[in-house]
Design a protein around this ligand. Structure first.
Ligand SMILES: [Zn+2]
Length: 612
């Protein structure tokens, strides 16, 4: 939920002049909007972070570089003696706190400092929150070999083609049940159920027992009884002497078991079978398995399929290349040929169920699609949930769809979507199967981790045996496995942003300016000083955007001109030569204060002071 906030903070002093003439007293801390107070967000604080020394002892370290204070940018590190293994390398999509930023990636400073010891990067599955930061990170940490399942490796290679200037990466494809050693550690892969094929959990063998990383997972089950296959996969891992279980928390706040994918598919099949007229299905492209299932159903009921949206096309291509699915000849048709087929033979599979502005579904709904125009005989099936934060855009999409008087079926009306993450009941079942001494919830916001930990306590794991990390936390297992704790030192965890081609953690000023610009606009004051007389040549000019409507604010303008004139003339009185930086600073301070007092807004004030 988003809450509209009225800002009541005093004006930030350095704004505007700080950028034109660097001011030593500039406030460097990022000011956080007062929304979302429930969540701690670590924006850049100080740069002088102490990077903890590499360990020399017999202790094992688990370092969470991302993914435990958000859903996204997953990265977990396991370190023992001279060996470091890195698990996953994802991105997090951004929100209104970081306008104009493409996305956020894990902070890998710790790994960069210790790159000589990195033996491998290991990928659990091919979703963007687990792989998409690879091009930005892999070379900075010494380009270690990447171990990934088939689909994940194809998706990584595809992503690397967008960065042709980067050196080659070394990908090795692994399968479930495969095991090998990497330095002092052993790794073993096992199959888990998720919404994309080739999803795996990993068991890491250490001298004190195994550390089991779940990756993203749910369970296939019938009436909350996991299938034989689940029992076999997890049971096999449970046979080991397990020290620590690191488990997916994304859906921990939901009780019971997730709705089984089989049941969902049954419902979608009923719709495809019974609906007359065209069917337009909006789905997540990341839900590989469902996308394939829908195409197979269309084939079963003799329908042609139109794929709309780049990510859906790409992912189907990857599935075909991986050899897991091949549509029958003639099933796929082009959108431009839609009118050549009777409408009850058409199924459109489209991206944009989250109401994304330029995605296929939205373009159809707003009559901007080149070939597909909706009508009242169509049925739109939204086989996806609403990702938190997208409520308004999904609502707009729904309204636009309903304007065509067509039929909309969504997940609140009918069970046609289930996420890829297990709920409380599934998480407890998996933890029991793994039966590890210690437990660490991962992948999710802090609240999800806490709720997950409570659930695990209810099955008998003691409080002292559970650790709940933040980004950058260093978990240490000491005394030959007898003790687990989060140590005082932290790995650097301030946010690393990707903004176009630049990557970095020093953009807090840029972000704050963008927020100010977006919220309160810009106010430019131009004044020309006659250096002989020390007076202004004429009344100052004022340009403003996104702040207030100037034509209706004559008094404010008059007052701002007066303040500028007075500030300039008082500041430079007796000053020779004129210190323009000081004049600009004074004008910024006085104008900012005045504008805030009168309007309660903090536009970025830029003084342009010229001397003639
Ligand atoms: Zn996933």
């Amino acid at each position: 939920m988003k809450i509209e906030t009225k800002k009541t903070n005093p004006p930030v002093k350095q704004v505007g002049s700080g950028r034109i003439s660097p001011n030593k007293n500039r406030i460097r801390t990022y000011k956080q909007p007062d929304t979302k107070t429930s969540v701690k967000k670590t924006f850049p604080e100080s740069k002088a972070k102490v990077i903890p020394k590499a360990i020399n002892s017999e202790n094992i370290r688990i370092i969470t570089l991302g993914g435990v204070e958000e859903v996204g940018k997953n990265m977990t590190v396991i370190e023992y003696k001279d060996d470091i293994l890195v698990f996953d390398c994802g991105i997090q999509f951004v929100d209104e706190d970081t306008p104009g930023i493409d996305f956020i990636i894990p902070n890998t400073k710790y790994l960069e400092e210790n790159k000589d010891r990195i033996k491998a990067m290991i990928i659990t599955h091919g979703h963007l929150d687990h792989i998409a930061a690879i091009p930005y990170i892999i070379h900075k940490i010494g380009n270690p070999p990447i171990y990934a399942g088939n689909i994940a490796s194809l998706l990584i290679k595809k992503r690397m083609t967008e960065f042709p200037h980067l050196p080659e990466i070394d990908i090795k494809i692994v399968k479930p049940k495969e095991k090998f050693r990497l330095g002092n550690l052993g790794v073993k892969f096992f199959e888990v159920t998720h919404s994309i094929p080739d999803s795996m959990g990993i068991s890491v063998e250490t001298p004190y027992g195994n550390i089991v990383l779940s990756g993203d997972y749910k369970l296939e089950h019938v009436d909350e009884i996991p299938t034989e296959k689940e029992k076999e996969n997890w049971g096999e891992i449970g046979k080991d002497n397990n020290l620590l279980f690191i488990s997916d928390s994304t859906n921990a706040e939901k009780k019971g078991f997730s709705v089984s994918e089989k049941y969902i598919r049954g419902n979608i099949e009923e719709i495809i079978k019974n609906i007359n007229g065209r069917i337009i299905v909006g789905a997540f492209a990341s839900q590989f398995n469902r996308m394939i299932a829908i195409i197979e159903m269309a084939e079963k009921y003799n329908k042609k399929v139109i794929l709309e949206g780049r990510s859906i096309k790409t992912n189907l291509e990857i599935a075909m290349r991986a050899g897991i699915f091949e549509p029958k000849k003639g099933t796929l048709i082009q959108a431009k040929d839609i009118s050549a087929y009777p409408s009850d033979k058409i199924l459109v599979l489209a991206t944009g169920a989250q109401g994304e502005e330029f995605a296929a579904l939205m373009r159809m709904s707003t009559k901007k699609h080149k070939y597909i125009s909706l009508n009242n005989r169509d049925t739109v099936v939204l086989s996806s949930s609403i990702v938190p934060g997208n409520e308004i855009s999904v609502q707009k999409l729904m309204d636009n769809l309903y304007r065509h008087d067509l039929k909309v079926i969504h997940y609140q009306i009918s069970d046609i979507h289930s996420g890829g993450h297990g709920r409380e009941g599934e998480l407890k079942w998996a933890a029991k199967m793994v039966n590890a001494k210690y437990f660490m919830p991962a992948y999710g916001w802090h609240s999800m981790l806490k709720v997950h930990a409570e659930a695990i306590k209810s099955i008998g794991v003691k409080d002292k045996d559970i650790v709940i990390p933040d980004n950058g936390s260093i978990v240490e297992i000491s005394d030959k496995g007898k003790k687990i704790q989060i140590i005082k030192e932290k790995a650097p965890s301030n946010i690393t942003m990707v903004d176009g081609f630049s990557i970095g953690d020093i953009q807090e000023v840029v972000i704050r300016d963008r927020q100010n610009l977006a919220q309160d606009g810009i106010f430019v004051v131009i004044a020309t000083i006659d250096t002989n007389t020390g007076k202004l040549r004429k009344s100052p000019d004022i340009i403003s955007r996104g702040f207030i409507y100037l034509r209706e604010s004559k008094d404010l303008l008059k007052q701002a001109r007066y303040i500028t004139k007075k500030t300039v003339e008082t500041t430079i009185k007796g000053m020779k030569p004129i210190n323009f930086d000081l004049v600009k600073k004074e004008v910024t301070d006085n104008i900012s204060r005045y504008l805030f007092q009168t309007t309660k807004k903090k536009p970025i004030v830029i003084p342009v002071i010229l001397g003639v």
